[in-house]
Design a protein around this ligand. Sequence first.
Ligand code: ADP
Ligand code: MG
Length: 273
Amino acid sequence: PVEVVEMRGGAPAEDGRPEARGAALALTGIVKRYGERTVLDGVDLAAQPGEVVALLGPSGSGKSTLLRIIDQLETRDSGTVTVNGAELGIGATGRRHSESRLAAERVDAGVSMVFQNFALFSHLSVAENVAGPLRWVHGWAADAAAARAHELLGRVGLGEYADAAPASLSGGQQQRVAIARAIAARPRLLLLDEPTSALDPELVAEVLRVITSLARDEGLTMVLATHQLRFARQVADTAVFMAGGRVVETGPAERVIGDPSTPQAVTFMTAMN
Ligand code: ADP
Ligand code: MG
């Protein structure tokens, strides 16, 4: 008899382990120290193609550090980072790749990141913030890059702001530009680090709507650090609860957020609600 295993976004891995071949992201044994302090203490995490993973946990639990390690913005002391079958930053424990080599690996693997503080280029127009990196980083022709920027700004509801300076936009609008920029080159893995935590409360919903539509309509693989539990429960397939640099609990988002099973997660979910 043939056992049919349902797995979002593709065939099951041959040996049945979710973290095995075919995963969009696989982290094993990630350790990060700052001086004497161990801020990540052996983190394993996997995401299948099209899966949305919510990274939850108190401030200081290591969420940003983990995302920065996946994006090759931060070195690790040990462990492996594999994105769509390619291991990134090999030698990060000893010999270091050059910044340019790491950036090239990030581009080749299709990893892109949205930051808490938007990190737009303040001296460039909104449209250039999206089109510029397509030309400089991804080698797109100018007209194709401009057309893609136009298309994406329309999608995030900012078509009229193409020529505006980022500083003239609200925080919510700036973050929508940053999201358009992050997805412009059609990444295969989108990382979002608390994308709404720098926003005034009334601007949060417009950004969450854009992220939800990317997850639903584009089937983008995402790892998303957030404190918005209701949103995480709606948008994420899987929730990973971290504390003290370790994964304490992981499982279906609905279950981990709605009915956590470890005392630390119970305390956190209760406090955040
Ligand atoms: P989170 O995003 O979950 O709030 P972080 O990854 O930002 O957590 O931080 C995890 C721990 O690592 C915190 O204790 C923080 O102070 C520490 N940390 C983060 N970045 C650095 C750094 N560059 N140097 C020293 N300590 C750091
Ligand atoms: Mg953080």
